[in-house]
Each structure stands twice: as C-alpha cells, then as structure tokens.
Design a protein around this ligand. Sequence first.
Ligand code: APR
Ligand code: ZN
Ligand code: ZN
Length: 367
Amino acid sequence: MQQVKAVVALAKGAPVEVVTINVPDPGPGEAVVKIQACGVCHTDLHYREGGINDEFPFLLGHEAAGIVEAVGPDVTEVAPGDFVVLNWRAVCGECRACKRGDLQYCFNTHNATQKMTLEDGTELSPALGIGAFAEKTLVAAGQCTKVDADARPAAVGLLGCGVMAGIGAAINTGAVTRGKSVAVIGCGGVGVAAIAGSALAGASPIIAVDIDAAKLEKARELGATHVVDSSKVDPVEEIKRICAETYEGAEGADVVIEAVGRPETWKQAFYARDLAGTVVLVGVPTPDMQVPELPLIDVFGRGGALKSSWYGDCLPSRDFPMLVDLYRQGRLDLDAFVTEEIGIDDIEAAFEKMHHGEVLRSVVVLP
Ligand code: APR
Ligand code: ZN
Ligand code: ZN
C-alpha cells in the first residue's frame, strides 16, 4: 500500500478537496499507474453534483495518461514502464457481445477489484472506474492501453474519454467516410472531436453547428468546412442548403452527429439528415428528457438509422494506438483540445470555466 495526493468529492455539491488516499499494491489482474496528465470532463462535475449516483466519496478524473508503475501477478498485457492511456472499457472476452466478436460493445467491462480508500479506510468510488486526479491510481490491467511513448501525455490522455467519444461517434458509429456529408450539432470537446474525426475520414462538407461563435471558430480550425450559428439561423435549413451545394438534390447530411444531449437538438439532427442518412446521439441526455414527438411516418419515410454512441463505440486496444500514431504524424491535432494545463489544486476553477463554456479541456498535469 502507498499514500498519494488525490482529488476527492466528499459530499454532494461540495467543492472537491485534495486529500491523501491509500492505493493498494496491485493484485491479480491489476496495475498501479503513475498519472502524468488527466483532463477535466463534464462527467467529473456530474459525479460531484450527485448526478451519477450517491456513492460518495468519489475519486474524480478519468481522461488520463501515465506510466505503469507496478502490475499484479499474472498480468501480461502491460508491464512496469509502459506509457498508457487509461480506458473505461476493459473487455471481458466472455459476454455475449465479446463472444460474437463485438468487443467494442462488451456488456461486462471490469475495473480493479481492490478498493482505494481515504486515510481512515473509507472506500472510494473512482470516476468511471478510473480515478486519475491522483498521483497514482489502481486500475484493472485491461484499462491500460499501451501507446507510443513519444506522445504528449496531456494531449493523448484525452483519448481516454471525450475526444474518443467524438471521433468514434463519427468514424465508428456513424461510419463516416470519403464521399459523405456530415453535420455536427454542438461543438464542445466532443463535437469538435467528431469534426476532427470526420476530417480524418475525408468527409465533405463538414458542417459545424453551435450557438457560440468562439466554438465555431475552433470547429473550423479542426476541419469544419462550414459553420452555422444556430442562435441566428435555422440550422436544419442551412445544413440542407449547404449539402445540396455539393450533392445535387441532397435533403440534408448523410450523417448528423448530436453532441449536445438535448431533445431539441436531437430533433434538429433528425430533420437535417438526408434520405437513408444516420443520426448519431453522442451528447448525454439527463434522465428527465424525452424523445421529441415525431410523426412515425417521418421515421419510416426517410429510412436510414437512428443510433447512439457510447464512448464512440471504441475498442481501446484498436483505436488508441492508431489515433496516437495519427497524432504523431500531424494528421490529428490533439494538442488543439488542450486549452490549458493546470495543477491538481485547480479543479474547482476548471469546473467553473467549463460551466461557462470557456474551454475545450483543462488538463491537470502532474510532475
Ligand atoms: N444548439 C447548438 N449547440 C448548443 C446548444 C444548442 N441548442 N446548446 C448548447 N450547445 C453547444 C454549446 O455551446 C457547447 O459548445 O454544445 C456544446 C456542448 O459542449 P460542452 O458543454 O463543452 O460539452 P462536451 O464536453 O462537448 O460534451 C457534449 O456529451 O459528454 C457529454 O455531458 C456531455 O452532454 C454533453 C455532451
Ligand atoms: Zn464482454
Ligand atoms: Zn469523460
């Protein structure tokens, strides 16, 4: 067992605190990782606000990269010294999804078996089974994905959650390719990543929609060919008009990605989609939200697919190393997602900036 500094949400709605926690030595199937960088995500704030569940105290942080310090007996997938991005999809290999070869949908992902605790022995609930706003954390070995060590931790750690969700929503769930048109509604970290993913895949046009002009500017930098300020114009009509410029007769985009998580923007996505097109919901709704009322004939009449994307339908062992390589080749600008590097004491301030939409990602960097 060892003691490290970590960021914990002790009670619903209370500001987070930096405290000392106990990290057990890794047991079978486990690894201890020295964290180098961890992004601040909306989900961390949702945990703190009690919006996920009531299992306080939470050890926050889950978009992280670091170095494996120690592994338990029997661990073969990673070794001490490996540079890894942490994931929350350690696949089981045995559930019905895994057995049919769809590991990216594994229904029985796992985390470390042992518990990290507060100094007094109170068990911690690590955010998404990770808990990486900490000098070191204990995870399942399968949550460590080895990637090229020659990459900036603050940038590639973001693949652990939001950026992977966005890129995967486009490439994996939406099956975006060359020759397809894409619209992305909501250009925060997730939406902009969906734009970057669409650009990687060679889609055109790539239409960014947001109500915030600064977000649209960022979207352009990451590959949007057109931007639409939906606080000023009807985004559905604009998306249709832009797509018809490229593809004569198009009635919308082939793939529309909803990265806000609200009924009204999902409805815009639904109607901004071309015949046989795909809607991908990657924004996370709250439990009280309902599917907007729609004529069923409109669902039937357009054909195509209405999908949702969980963690970008990623398979970390397949997607993380590939995306890190593209980053190192200069084809995927992960640095653009890092708005600021902060210290472990600055997380409340980062939540505040996130709340005001000032950042794509604040990333905690540890010495
Ligand atoms: N129309 C268009 N864009 C909107 C609208 C709207 N009605 N309302 C909000 N937005 C934009 C915001 O201006 C912001 O740029 O959606 C974006 C949301 O971005 P972030 O708040 O930074 O969230 P992000 O990290 O990208 O996550 C998006 O996925 O993980 C979930 O909880 C997260 O639901 C959220 C979504
Ligand atoms: Zn499985
Ligand atoms: Zn996240």
